[in-house]
Design a binder for this molecule. Structure first.
Ligand code: XLS
Ligand code: MG
Ligand code: MG
Length: 412
């Protein structure tokens, strides 16, 4: 092939993505509770060892593009859209009114707001640092985020306390830090009760998000399970207002099974919000879009969530790769992420209603009917052949994933 001149490259990408097929109409995409973060679409590709590869994108543009794709909900960190020095000042109200206009004009809703408590230098020693003024600043920021949430009509507030940890051990007492972190959340919940009353709205659902490493070397609440223990620790004044926002990759990063982590959150009644993406075990937070790495695992995750009627948001918390252009972010990255989600969600429905999986599962639950349930040999023998169904179910899941359950084979 001859070199493709710069001015023909977008058309080539557009033609090939069209040729891929399998895209859903924007109206279909809007039927799912999919939320698009401001920071994901506006991410410019920068990192510690990476210069930006894309140009800045305004929130007006992100909202307009999400509407065109069919992503019906938008969410943001406070400082994605409001400069730190303008928070809770006139600048904030002007920006919020511009956001409301953009949302209204494009038929989008703001689903969630989140506090940036990791990027600014003020968080160097975490939002729960030793110095009381840092903690007062953190409480003020969280209260302000709650106010922004009500102003924009959000239902959820998310907190990823990225810098709640340390590089050198021994300088802080972890129990103090965790108590102080709880004080910040208590301030947010108490402010919420007041502000919700003023607005005549229900209080927000406050969702904690864990990540096992980054940006600190050691993290005090590294997993969703640690967050559950924290919610139940007695430190929170309103534990009933606080739940989880697990992120798929964050559970995979520590070597866990995301589906099992979600199951534990479901049992605790705390699975309120879910950041969807993909990546690799025991690596940094690569934030690849859903289904590009682990589609089978994703299918399994969605089977669990569908089976248990999860009805919260699916938040596209991924980062378009640095190799994707500004055009590609909205032409390829977001629509394909949404479409893989929808396809996997619908496939999860196929798994749940698949007669083979159903019969196999029912048989496993019926067991073999051992003559003596207190005799190991008799119990083992009674189930010996049935247990082969575990592998058969795994095979059937792969068949559904690749379409082979419809009779497709690769015979020559
Ligand atoms: C970072 C987190 C972040 C949160 C919101 O790793 O995923 O994007 O979702 O602060
Ligand atoms: Mg996240
Ligand atoms: Mg992540």
């Amino acid at each position: 092939m001859k070199p493709v001149p710069e001015n023909r490259q977008q058309a080539l990408v557009d033609r090939l993505i069209e040729a891929c097929g399998g895209a859903y109409a924007p109206e279909t995409r809007r039927k799912y509770y999919i939320t698009g973060p401001q920071w994901a679409a506006a991410y410019e590709g920068q990192a510690l060892f990476h210069a930006p590869t894309r140009k800045p994108v305004s929130f007006e543009e992100v909202i307009r593009q999400y509407a065109k794709i069919g992503i019906g909900h938008w969410c943001t960190h406070d400082t994605d859209v409001i400069p730190t020095e303008q928070l809770d000042k006139d600048g904030q109200s002007q920006i919020l009114s511009r956001i409301k206009t953009a949302l209204r004009e494009n038929g989008l809703e703001c689903s969630m707001v989140t506090a940036e408590t990791f990027f600014n230098a003020v968080w160097a020693a975490s939002p729960a640092a030793e110095a009381p003024e840092v903690r007062e600043y953190a409480a003020w920021r969280l209260r302000n985020v709650v106010a922004i949430g009500h102003e924009l009509g959000a239902k959820f507030a998310v907190y990823w306390p990225g810098s709640l940890g340390y590089y050198t051990q021994g300088a802080i007492d972890e129990t103090d830090t965790l108590r102080w972190y709880a004080d910040g959340l208590n301030a947010a919940c108490e402010a919420d009760i007041e502000i919700a009353k003023q607005h005549g709205r229900p209080t927000l659902k406050h969702c904690l998000e864990a990540k096992p490493f980054e940006p600190q070397a050691e993290i005090l609440l590294p997993t969703s399970d640690a967050m559950l223990a924290f919610i139940g620790s007695g430190l929170l004044a309103h534990p009933e207002m606080v739940g989880l926002n697990p992120e798929y990759l964050h559970e995979l990063m520590w070597g866990g099974a995301p589906r099992a982590a979600l199951a534990r959150a479901l049992l605790a009644g705390k699975l309120w919000h879910f950041d969807i993406n993909d990546g690799y075990r025991l690596k940094h937070d690569v934030d690849i879009a859903i289904g590009l790495v682990n589609p089978l695992d994703w299918l399994n995750v969605l089977v669990l969530l569908r089976s248990h009627n999860y009805s919260g948001p699916f938040n596209l918390d991924f980062k378009p790769p640095r190799t994707t252009s500004n055009h590609g972010v909205f032409a390829v990255s977001f629509p394909t992420a949404v479409d893989r989600f929808i396809t996997l969600w619908e496939m999860a429905g196929d798994v749940i209603s698949d007669p083979i999986i159903k019969e196999a599962t029912d048989a496993l639950k019926a067991g073999g009917g051992a003559a003596d349930p207190h005799d190991a040999a008799s119990v083992t023998a009674a189930n010996r052949e049935l247990l082969t169904l575990h592998e058969l179910i795994g095979h059937r899941m792969v068949q559904i994933l690749i379409g082979a359950h419809r009779g497709r084979t690769y015979s020559a």
